[in-house]
Design a protein around this ligand. Structure first.
Ligand SMILES: [Cu+2]
Length: 690
């Protein structure tokens, strides 16, 4: 403990220590590369993929359930939220507006620049204020792993420029005479979060059934030092079901269903809370192992429906009461197959979806003589997107090349007459319907030279404006205090990406340097329009979405892992990020220098982990987007786990402390500077009946 404290003092912003020294210290500290989980991932890849030479620098896999294995040995906190799991991924940063429903960013790009899918299904949020990222509609009980893909590596599941996140559902699959029950419960001291869940897996050689349920309930949390963060409570429950039957001729029929509901969710960084966020997510798939020359032909039909109700009734003083419900329904399909021929491993895919997005705002003036005001903030926008995707992985003796392309057609139609007429105030010539063609192509080369892995890639992609960017009507942004208006005349945003990596892989030691740069012509961002006045009381002005000439986003990461002994592993990472536009203005929500290190111990049934995480002072920020300078911080956490055997059954106890020194801090990604959670002690107990 003494040692940790000493490290904390050394790392802390102190005028006596200059920045350079700190960076050097960190580089030395973090020299070992590749986190343990990544090593695990590589093993997994090697098993499942034809070519063991290939490394996948553009992909990161976060393992979640591993219910079938010996519990959650790798995970610091088994019943952590999906958000916390994502936050632990090196490629992901989370924008926080409270304790619930964080918004993931990949390569410092968020929702509209990413493709976020559940088992390949497209789902779109129903909140105009980004309170409900797709990742908030699942729980860890549903998932086996999360795949984070950088740049065009993510275009398999849909159009994206920054990357993709695919949440993979946990299915038992066909197993002989299989029956397992798992009961889990957890408690967190800081916000008195109570978690209880159970799952049941039942299978035989020709069918399987999985069912699970999880419930979470949390009060307000407390920041470091003991300050209560008001309106940070939440309550959520989630039910899911998976089933499959094996048919004749090596084919199978599977289905999945998720019901997720959150109530009384506080958003301390926003002026409103959420009384209800509900999702129904369902799918039916047909898979066939062989079809002529093709292998693994899979087709899926899916539908999902989201309801989001915002609520300000708990806030004591609001200038005006508002009702703001939103709905998003999506119907989609995909069909894909592989062709393996000599050096080639080709994937063909056709996909499509139809989404309806509608959001309303009713304002009730305090003066009862004034009538309520009604607006459509999303004017019932119907989006039809259909595309084809082809990738070929070509394997040579010591190298491989992957090329891929996606071509999509997208139609947007404003279905509501009143909504269309509202937008016509700004765009008199606007048409209800609009077509766009979207393209992407990517090439990635990897070569093994002795103990080194060298990779480089080049890609190009375009994306259409999101519903808010194209058709939003007075959407209030509490970070920069402006109302935003969409712009149907926006051009497609483009992204030209260059990436490269060098890794040295030794038996006990790995180190890797990864870098990418995105040049993005027609980058979409809100710009102030001084001719317009805001609708929201107290807002500073109005911004209209515009295309910039271009923006540039760069990310560099140095990561390393060192196997000290059979039982002890040390790994670390340090990363640098930068985002500017064509006038050298800083883009908002770009991470400052960030670092982390983890020491893991694992012996038989016991495991322990000591982790450090921090960031430098935010040098590049932009006050025009409501940003101010975030201070540097370093926090520490500790986790201990032990498995006990009760006859054939297993009991797994995990406990830990997060933010050990109860540090008060807020990062660049905390909306309106809301502080993060202070010291938190958690305990979780899982019981597995075999
Ligand atoms: Cu909302």
């Amino acid at each position: 403990m003494q040692h940790i404290k000493a490290m904390g003092i050394m790392l802390y912003p102190n005028q006596a220590i200059n920045k350079l020294k700190r960076v050097c210290f960190l580089v030395a500290l973090t020299l070992p590369l590749w986190s343990y989980s990544q090593q695990e991932n590589h093993k997994k890849h090697a098993q499942t993929e034809v070519d063991s030479v290939k490394t996948n620098i553009l992909k990161e896999v976060v393992l979640i359930a591993s219910k079938k294995k010996l519990f959650y040995q790798q995970e610091p906190k088994p019943l952590a939220s999906v958000d916390e799991f994502l936050d632990s991924a090196q490629k992901v940063n989370m924008i926080k507006r409270g304790a619930y429903a964080w918004e993931p960013a990949v390569n410092n790009m968020v929702s509209e620049r990413l493709s976020v899918t559940i088992d390949g299904m497209r789902i779109f949020a129903a909140c105009t204020d980004k309170m409900d990222p797709i990742t908030s509609y699942v729980d860890v009980s549903n998932l086996s792993k999360i795949t984070v893909a950088s740049g065009q590596e993510g275009s398999e599941h849909g159009v994206c420029v920054g990357g993709a996140i695919d949440l993979e559902l946990d299915k038992t699959g066909f197993k002989e005479d299989y029956f397992k029950v798992n009961i889990e419960s957890g408690f967190e001291s800081n916000n008195k979060q109570k978690i209880i869940g159970a799952d049941l897996n039942f299978a035989d050689t020709n069918f399987y059934v999985d069912a699970d349920v999880i419930y979470r309930n949390a009060d307000n949390y407390f920041a470091g030092g003991g300050e209560e963060v008001l309106y940070s409570q939440f309550e959520k429950y989630n039910l899911s079901f998976n089933g499959g039957v094996l048919l004749k001729n090596e084919s199978k029929l599977t289905t999945s269903f998720i019901f997720d509901e959150a109530r009384n969710v506080g958003y301390p960084a926003l002026p409103m809370d959420v009384s209800l966020a509900r999702a129904f997510i369902g799918s039916v798939s047909y898979e066939q192992l062989h079809l002529g020359q093709l292998t693994h032909w899979e087709s899926k039909l899916y539908a999902n429906s989201i309801t989001h109700i915002m609520d300000d009734s708990k806030r004591p003083d609001v200038p005006i009461r508002m009702d703001m419900p939103g709905w998003s329904d999506t119907y989609g399909f995909y069909s894909q197959a592989q062709l393996n021929k000599q050096k080639h491993n080709v994937l063909f895919k056709v996909d499509g979806y139809y989404n309806r997005a509608l959001a309303e705002m009713t304002m009730y003036p305090n003066d009862p003589n004034q009538s309520a005001m009604f607006m459509l903030t999303w004017p019932d926008v119907h989006t039809l997107n259909s595309g084809i995707y082809v990738q070929d992985q070509i394997t040579f003796a010591q190298s491989d090349l992957k090329v891929s392309t996606r071509l999509s057609f997208q139609n947007n139609r404003v279905a509501d007459e009143f909504g269309l007429n509202s937008l016509k105030i700004f765009y008199p010539d606007m048409e209800a319907s609009q077509n766009r063609f979207l393209t992407s192509m990517a090439a990635q080369y990897h070569k093994k030279i002795n103990a080194f892995d060298v990779a480089a890639g080049l890609s190009y992609a375009t994306r259409a404006p999101s519903v808010s960017e194209g058709y939003g009507f007075y959407l209030y942004n509490s970070s920069d205090n402006h109302d935003y208006i969409g712009n149907p005349n926006l051009k497609n945003e483009q992204a030209l990406e260059l990436n490269g990596s060098v890794a040295l892989n030794k038996k006990t030691f790995n180190i890797s340097l990864d870098a990418n740069a995105f040049k993005m012509p027609n980058y979409i961002i809100g710009e102030v329009d001084t001719n317009l006045s805001p609708m929201t009381i107290g807002a500073e002005g109005v911004k209209v979405y515009q295309n910039l000439d271009y923006a540039v986003i760069t990310n560099v990461a140095l990561s390393s892992a060192y196997k000290i002994s059979k039982t002890l592993n040390l790994n670390g990472v340090i990363s640098y990020h930068r985002g500017i536009d064509n006038d050298q203005r800083n883009l908002p929500f770009i991470s400052p220098l960030a670092y982390g290190a983890t020491l893991k111990y694992h012996k038989k049934t016991f495991n322990g982990e000591l982790a450090m995480r921090g960031a430098g002072k935010q040098i590049h920020y932009n006050p025009d987007f409501g940003e101010d300078q975030s201070d540097a911080y370093t926090i520490f956490s500790l986790a201990l786990g032990k498995t006990f055997y009760v006859s054939k059954n297993q009991l797994y106890l995990k406990t830990g402390v997060e933010n050990i020194f109860d540090t008060y801090y807020s990062t660049y990604s905390d909306w309106n500077n809301i502080p993060r959670m202070g010291r938190n002690i958690y305990v979780s107990l899982s019981y597995k009946i075999n």
